[in-house]
Design a protein around this ligand. Structure first.
Ligand code: LMR
Ligand code: MG
Length: 388
């Protein structure tokens, strides 16, 4: 089997928050008539420049056409040579590598007629507990809107939420207080997520202030790549610290300094299932847990994460991927399902990732390119359409 062609299709899909995210659908065609699909999810992150999609398609074709898709290690090595790791969370090269690696896995699974989870070593769990995100408050008026989100999502089966925090701490506190009053122990808060926007000492102050409410962990409470800062805050609070993994070097530095308790692993931010599996194994080797993070993928990207998560032995905490619930639409015929707050790994009987493209939906959301519209840094940091 050989790869004969590649196609990239850009879609822009709004979230229920109003914020529109741009994703790239990947198709890898072969001489066997089998097509592998993947997703370069969510290019709507800073820095605010765009990848030229036509040029990217040509570059990827020059690397992939003629290759055997089972040469996953070799292709990943070449992808890494062409799109090197950076010490940056939202490095667009990682998004590109991720989409190709997912499509390779889909292709190989389909060729062998097995699911990606089986290709990755087999299923250890069939479902993954997830939490619904509450995006960062900047204004006190947003508290009531977010409470309504909790009400609706709780009615749908989500009983764990995570809170992006730290820009309006009065609003954060009002939100946590209202959730506790209205739902008591029925609703749990998984984490306060500071998204690397604050110095660790500022995060520490906020964590202390909000510690009268229950939350399980503190995520990204230091500026990016401040490994010592993470360690300092980690030793000063009781909550476990979680942090994303965005390069091998960054994970090494965190391991060396014992900076975190829980490694947040997402294929999108580390550049694919292959790289994510390695990062999860590194965490396992040093006796740490992982959770599945997210950029908020569509169903293709979420399926890839579900298959990966299904194989992990150290996935001990609630995970984050809820994209298919967050967006108003999707691009597949069989959207990923959430039941009682669990992401279910697509059934073993479905080969590859187990999702099928729906071209009517793709046409509905198709856009020409990844160019930036009129968005603000706050909108990009907080993932809301709030214009103030
Ligand atoms: C999102 O798009 O909602 C996330 O990727 C935000 C984040 O935590 O980086
Ligand atoms: Mg994202």
């Amino acid at each position: 089997i050989k790869i004969t062609d590649l196609r990239l299709t850009v879609v822009g899909i709004p979230r229920h928050t109003g914020f529109v995210n741009k994703h790239v659908i990947v198709e890898l065609f072969t001489n066997e008539g089998i097509t592998g699909i993947g997703e370069m999810s969510d290019f709507s992150h800073l820095p605010r420049y765009a990848v030229d999609i036509k040029d990217l398609a040509n570059v990827l074709k020059s690397m992939l056409v003629g290759k055997n898709p089972f040469d996953i290690s070799l292709i990943n090595k070449e992808l890494l040579d062409n799109f090197p790791e950076a010490m940056y969370y939202y490095e667009k090269g990682s998004f590109i590598r991720n989409g190709i690696d997912a499509a390779l896995h889909d292709l190989c699974g389909k060729y062998l007629n097995i699911s990606v989870a089986e290709l990755l070593g087999g299923r250890y769990q069939e479902k993954i507990k997830v939490c619904y995100p509450i995006f960062r408050h900047r204004f006190i008026e947003e508290v009531e809107e977010n409470l309504e989100v909790v009400r609706q999502r709780y009615a749908q089966g989500f009983d764990v939420f995570r809170l992006y925090a730290g820009k309006n701490v009065d609003a954060d506190e009002a939100f946590l207080d209202a959730v506790q009053q209205e739902f008591g122990s029925e609703v749990k808060i998984k984490s306060l997520d500071f998204s690397h926007l604050l110095d660790w000492k500022e995060s520490l102050k906020i964590v202390k202030r909000l510690s009268k409410y229950d939350f399980e962990m503190v995520e990204s409470p230091a500026v990016r790549n401040d490994f010592d800062g993470l360690y300092h805050i980690r030793t000063r609070i009781d909550h476990p610290i979680s942090e994303h993994v965005w390069s091998n070097r960054q994970q090494y530095e965190m391991i060396k300094r014992d900076s975190v308790d829980i490694y947040n692993i997402s294929p999108i931010f580390i550049g694919g299932i292959t790289a994510a599996k390695k990062a999860a194994s590194a965490a396992e080797v040093v006796g740490k847990s992982v959770l599945l993070g997210t950029t908020q993928e569509l169903s293709i990207g979420t399926a890839a994460m579900a298959h990966l998560g299904g194989t992990l032995l150290n996935l001990n905490y609630t995970s984050d991927p809820t994209g298919p619930e967050l967006y108003v639409g999707d691009v597949v015929k069989n959207k990923i399902q959430y039941i009682d707050g669990y992401l279910h790994v697509p059934d073993r009987s479905l080969p590859g990732l187990g999702v099928e493209l729906d071209w009517d939906l793709i046409e509905k959301y198709r856009i020409d390119d990844l160019s930036w519209g009129d968005v603000t840094v706050h909108q990009l940091q907080d993932r809301t359409a709030q214009v103030k």
